[in-house]
Design a protein around this ligand. Structure first.
Ligand code: ARG
Length: 278
């Protein structure tokens, strides 16, 4: 063996030994974890979500956990049905695509039920009523309503109802972002004049340190129902999810989660049948 080959051989041998030792240790640990009776044999529920949409789905920076209203809700539903939920985080357009192509079992991501989407996927009962609002800089005195957005620079999250609405505005320059937080940042920086996005998310953002210097203007531009999306034709899971939602409504757990994130009781009619928007 040449000098170089010898050195390579030794490195390879050491790496193999390390991998073996690490592998064994990990295996034992995994086994121990698997033996917890509560986890045993629970089928996985793969859930797609764009986890940068507080207060519905976002990351707890101190623990790295996915938290929010939607996260608590899907965990409660999974618990009810005996599933182990596995959140798969992706951009919002990816969330919709993942449901459409059955790459996941369902998606919970503050998804509005629209007529267009109903052709591509099925929806559970509605669990939240939302609506779009406009965010501008606090010192902006020219944009007071939807009408004033004509010819303006608007930042939106791609594939959302807010993006669709923005595209109807005459002469507007619409820029799409994967994350709504990046769209909001554009307004803060002055690179965009306004954002059109779900009002509860706008409100939450404005109440954080990062939202300083921004304001919401005008009336809500829509009334939209959020529901859990399921691949078309999976009627069994859809039925299970709906049953679980009604059970959580009856036993008070739905209200508990709602109150935790929104500070008020859930509207008495939720969850209920959805109304799809255009
Ligand atoms: N409700 C809007 C829609 O369905 C926006 C949802 C965006 N959700 C998210 N997690 N980024 O189009």
């Amino acid at each position: 063996m040449s000098g170089i080959k010898k050195v390579l051989f030794v490195i390879l041998a050491v790496l193999t030994a390390v991998a073996l030792v690490a592998g064994c240790g990990g295996g034992q640990q995994a086994q121990q974890e698997e033996q917890k009776p509560s986890d045993q044999a629970k089928p996985i529920l793969r859930v797609a979500s764009d986890t940068a949409y507080a207060p519905f789905e976002f990351v707890d920076t101190s623990t790295g956990d996915y938290i929010g209203f939607d996260m608590d809700l899907i965990r409660a539903i999974a618990e009810e049905l005996g599933y182990e939920p596995k959140i798969e985080s992706m951009a919002f357009d990816g969330v919709l695509a993942a449901v459409e192509t059955s790459k996941v079992d369902c998606a919970v991501s503050a998804i509005t039920v629209t007529k267009e989407r109903l052709e591509r996927m099925d929806f559970s009962k509605a669990y939240y009523q939302s609506g779009l609002s406009i965010v501008v800089k606090e010192d902006n005195n020219t944009i007071k309503s939807f009408e004033d957005l004509k010819g303006k620079r608007i930042a939106v999250q791609a594939a959302t109802t807010g993006a669709k609405k923005a595209k109807t505005i005459e002469g507007a320059k619409v820029t799409q972002f994967d994350r709504i937080t990046d769209a909001l940042l554009e307004v803060k920086k002055g690179s965009a004049d306004g954002v059109i996005n779900d009002n509860p998310v706008n409100q939450y953002y404005l109440n954080q340190e990062t939202g300083k210097g921004l304001k919401i203007v005008g009336d809500l531009l829509s009334a939209e129902d959020y529901a859990i999306a399921v691949p078309k034709g999976n009627t069994e899971l859809l039925q299970q999810i709906n049953d679980a939602l009604m059970k959580l409504k009856e036993n008070g757990k739905f209200n508990e989660i709602y109150k935790k994130w929104f500070g008020v009781d859930a509207p008495a009619d939720l969850p209920r049948d959805y109304v799809a928007v255009d």
